[in-house]
Design a protein around this ligand. Structure first.
Ligand SMILES: [Ca+2]
Ligand SMILES: [Ca+2]
Ligand SMILES: [Ca+2]
Ligand SMILES: [Ca+2]
Length: 391
């Protein structure tokens, strides 16, 4: 996993130290980029909120004082931010971004995309709360284009929207999402809901871990498109990511639900990722992928430990629910003891014991074909009673 978090974290701590020192003699806001890396420092929720007034990241609400000569082109966190501003443990009217119960307004809309960078630097954004049952493009960000969202950590979130709903971003267009962590619940009234991103369009996502629940209520549409990492992908990649929790589509006819991605529309590459928990819905329900629709998608070094249930059993699978165009699948598995599924539209069935046995790729004391070409620098195979986990 390519993870710039730690060098950035060190830099951020240095920046904070400088800010404190300068603050004693001058207004710290006199320089919006104290460490001169072109990323405007965000130290409060109010400053996070100001990103919406400069979606290119060239200024903090019009103030570019102290940016390098080449200008600023993004934002970075320099400490943790907590939406439970009154500290009582719940989202309520006493919190500053409560907005009459609607909560946080996502940054970047379909009309005005966020086109910039946010580096989380390993700092946490806590208790993000959004309650917009009838609004699309919901998340910390609504719609981003040509953007980089790096090291975003969203802890204990509650996010509710209509379509294109996720923790980090509703729609990512031509963007890179790297090294994120999400915990909490994400719910869509209708469709395209994911733990990290709703719709990945011409984008890449890697190094993300989600713990929680991803749910489509499917009130108006049978297209749920719910995935533990992303709802729907087109010309996109997902790498080194994991989901643990429940992915569900609760309407009686809701379809395309996956432990990692609900729908691979076309040309989606899923690698080095796994899911555990439960995946449920009506049809096109899979432990990793719900439905593979068109051509060009592939999967390699993926496995699912999820318990999978679909009302239409013939279009439900341990790894892939339904493939209209069979994707190229390389050494990918589902656990038959946990999944409750003996079939899949792709991948290989293995028992818990078979998946846990190897302590290295191609371990000859087990079935040597299992994980034979998996990368030991990416996966830690643990003991003979551990599943592989991402390093
Ligand atoms: Ca900076
Ligand atoms: Ca500066
Ligand atoms: Ca509160
Ligand atoms: Ca093992």
């Amino acid at each position: 996993m390519n993870n710039p978090r730690y060098s950035r974290l060190t830099k951020a701590i240095l920046a904070t130290t400088v800010a404190v020192t300068l603050g004693q003699v001058a207004n710290a806001a006199a320089d919006v980029d104290i460490d001169d890396d072109g990323l405007i420092e965000i130290s409060t929720l109010q400053q996070l909120d100001l990103m919406r007034y400069d979606l290119a990241g060239t200024s903090l609400n019009g103030d570019s004082t102290g940016c390098p000569a080449t200008g600023c082109n993004g934002y970075e966190l320099v400490n943790d931010l907590d939406f439970d501003t009154n500290g009582n443990g719940v989202a309520d009217a006493g919190d500053e971004f409560w907005n009459n119960g609607l909560g946080w307004e996502p940054v970047g809309s379909s009309a005005n995309n966020f086109e910039s960078k946010l580096y989380g630097n390993g700092y946490k954004i806590l208790n993000l709360y959004i309650n917009k049952l009838y609004s699309d493009n919901i998340g910390l960000f609504g719609v981003v284009k040509n953007s980089t969202l790096d090291s975003i950590i969203l802890e204990n979130i509650s996010v509710l929207g209509d379509e294109y709903v996720a923790a980090v971003v509703g729609i990512a267009n031509s963007s890179d999402i790297t090294s994120c962590e999400v915990s909490g619940s994400i719910t869509s009234r209708n469709s395209v809901v994911g733990g990290v991103a709703g719709w990945l369009l011409n984008s890449s996502l890697d190094g993300c871990a989600v713990n929680g629940s991803v749910q489509s209520l499917g009130e108006n549409s049978y297209w749920a498109l719910a995935g533990g990492i992303a709802g729907d992908g087109f010309n996109s990649t997902i790498d080194t990511s994991e989901f643990h929790g429940d992915v569900s589509a609760t309407n009686g006819s809701s379809r395309y639900v996956g432990g990692l991605i609900g729908l691979m529309t076309q040309n989606v590459t899923l690698t080095n990722s796994y899911a555990s928990g439960t995946v449920s819905g009506y049809l096109g329900i899979g432990g990793a992928v719900g439905y593979v629709m068109s051509t060009g998608s592939s999967m390699a070094h993926v496995y699912s430990l999820a318990s999978v249930s679909g009302i239409n059993q013939s279009l439900t699978g341990g790894l892939v629910g339904y493939a209209n165009n069979t994707p190229a699948i390389t050494t990918s598995y589902w656990d038959t003891d946990i999944s409750g599924q003996n079939s899949s539209d792709g991948g290989t069935a293995k028992t818990t014991a078979e998946l846990q046995c190897p302590t290295a790729p191609g371990d000859v004391s087990c079935d040597p074909t299992i994980f034979a070409d998996w990368d030991a620098t990416v996966w830690d195979f643990g003991t003979s009673t551990d599943y592989p986990v991402l390093r």
